[in-house]
Design a protein around this ligand. Sequence first.
Ligand code: TRP
Length: 352
Amino acid sequence: MADKKDVILSGIRPTGRLHYGNYFGAITHFLRLQEQDVNRFYFVADYHALTTIQERRDISAQTIHMLRTYIACGLDPNESIIYRQSDLPSTAELALLLGMITNIGHLERGTTYKDKLGQIQSDPKQTGNPLSYGLLGYPVLMAADILIVKADIVPVGDDQRQHVEMACDIATKFNSRFGETLHIPKPIARNALRLPGLDGSSKMGKSENNTLDLLDDEKTVLKKVKGVPTTTEPSPLGTDSNTPDDVIPLMPPGVGVLFRLLDLLAPAEVFQEFLQEYRDQGKFYGNLKKSVAQHVSEFNAPIIERFNDPALDDAHIQDILRTNAMKVSPIALDTVEACREAIGIGRSLYRA
Ligand code: TRP
């Protein structure tokens, strides 16, 4: 049998604005995958987004905005199949079937659910979203996303690893109960970079309000970078190494973020010059911030320009989504129909 190309699948939550944490955690990885001989499937997880909304929000507009940013970053819609989760409603049907064989105990060990439960327990006024059936079932829906397109490789960040493992467990259980039906993905081996927030906290995140965004203009960038906390006196590094990964963790958090940005965006000499200044313990934070802001703005400029390209309008992006949904749909239906048959309800009597 001829070797089949691996199917790569990843899902992206439609969070709206994309930030540097998204870029260096996921988007760079997607761009690298564009050079490999694989079938790439990326979808916007708009059903999953519903676990955090309690009132109407224009998820459709957010989805389009986000895809426009991805394309502006270099994701080529001709090289990957980009679709919307809700355009494959058979995913919800598969999630329902998988839910029937998934133990609640298994789901209660899910990190997303556990974190939320912890938050609610420590928030007596219960101001956030309630614990919903949908949130508990988040990993089941995610399993359906993965299994429905028969994915081989699922690149995700560390926070999503457990969910991918749960998908494999659910598929294995399905197959052992009903016969070999679902294609089981390979285990993941990848450590994504976790970029710290501009406030020096461990993670850059939208809800933490500490992001540097890909569409930030020069003025915004300068303001944000100037605001990075650098009040701590430089502390001696206690190492002779000049390798970014060795020295950055030894710096005070805000300073570490600035050096990390230089490491990602500036030529190595620039990083080394500032590292020397750090070791000399001079007053250099003003210059460091200016340099970081300049490199960030230079990085953002072409992305902003492509984002504003009139050819990349809503209608064009909707067109991409529609065409791709039509391409993925037969694969998805094939999986769901096979599961229906394996379980014994039989194939749908109206679908072709
Ligand atoms: N849960 C993922 C996240 O929050 C998004 C996602 C949904 C996903 N379904 C997926 C990722 C399937 C990979 C495969 O980032």
